[in-house]
Design a protein around this ligand. Structure first.
Ligand code: RIB
Ligand code: CA
Length: 316
């Protein structure tokens, strides 16, 4: 089966792992890459997406999107995690090609209307572009096959605050629009991504395979140091790539069906509040929003070996 996807991203070190996987995977056809602020300013996201597209060599076009959240100011960019340049301060030269003039949200709307029922959205940054698409054309909700989101958390707590995951925290109003929209969502949050580690050994292995692997190792230095310093880990969480692998290999994951609400309050900003379908709460804020799949468990080793397999066989 061929999955047509639109890849929405803020590269970002773990985004780079995810995007190279998607661009090179034999069963994935990336129709376009849309960029958003998040790990870095959107202009840097765009430059980095162009670098990755060039590396994969398929001429995949990049569409620049939102430079800030719908209603809030941008928070500080986490250069201590991803580097100022999003790629571990490796100062990669500017790619040959430029981004399209077409705005990301407009591209998403056009593609979905032209390929109704045949598109999977993968969103691994703040949800601003997806929310803008829904706001501009609510009819797209029924025309999308699936929307995979790397973001949120059911029971795993947060990473940017004690209760919020960074992508949702960065634009909680956008996330709420998306979770309310009726799109067939698969939420790949910290419940699973905090169970998937990429070790230094895995990264060394990758770098022995091909140029893409060498590049991934090179950009991972600051990222790996961050996990060593803050969590004493000899590896990193494999957030965004895990979301893509949830699409190619859903058999590695377990999910619950639930309604998800996004907190906009100050203290709990960006928290995803998960009401399970099969658990009756005394009170439920039921606005009849659609049910989504919340992934909560994963066979981590299979995710890593699947990644390494695709890297070995298809990256160059
Ligand atoms: O919380 C993890 C997410 O935040 C990942 O998408 C990472 O790239 C950052 O954007
Ligand atoms: Ca990301």
């Amino acid at each position: 089966i061929m999955n047509n996807i639109i890849f929405d991203t803020d590269p970002g070190v773990d985004d780079a792992f995810a995007l190279l996987y998607a661009l090179n995977h034999p069963n994935i056809n990336v129709l376009g890459i849309t960029t958003v602020f998040g790990n870095v300013p959107v202009e840097t996201s765009t430059k980095n997406a162009l670098i990755l597209s060039e590396m994969a060599g398929k001429g995949t076009i990049v569409y620049q999107g939102a430079n800030k959240p719908l209603e809030r100011k941008v928070i500080n960019y986490p250069s201590f995690i991803h580097g100022q340049d999003g790629f571990g301060d490796t100062n990669h030269p500017h790619p040959k090609f430029n981004a399209s003039k077409l705005d990301a949200a407009q591209f998403i709307i056009n593609e979905i209307n032209e390929n109704s029922g045949n598109i999977n959205l993968v969103a691994v940054g703040p949800l601003t572009n997806i929310a803008n698409s829904i706001k501009q054309d609510p009819s797209i909700a029924n025309k999308v096959n699936s929307l995979l989101i790397m973001g949120g958390s059911w029971l795993a707590g947060g990473n940017i605050t004690p209760v919020a995951e960074a992508n949702i925290y960065n634009d909680p109003e956008a996330a709420e629009i998306v979770f309310k929209s009726g799109l067939p969502i698969i939420m790949v949050g910290l419940d699973v991504t905090h169970k998937v580690f990429l070790s230094q050994k895995d990264i060394d292995k990758l770098s022995s395979l091909n140029n893409s692997g060498k590049f991934l190792k090179k950009i991972s230095n600051i990222y790996m140091k961050f996990y060593k310093d803050t969590r004493n880990m000899d590896g990193c969480f494999f957030h965004d790539a895990t979301a893509v692998i949830a699409m190619t290999n859903p058999e590695f994951f377990k999910y619950k069906v639930a309604r998800v609400y996004v907190s906009q309050d100050n203290l709990t900003r960006g928290q995803t509040v998960v009401y399970l379908k099969d658990l009756k709460h005394e009170t439920e804020i039921n606005d009849n929003r659609g049910f989504v799949q919340v992934l909560y468990d994963v066979e981590s080793k299979k995710v890593i070996s699947e990644y390494l397999k695709v890297a070995k066989n298809y990256m160059h």
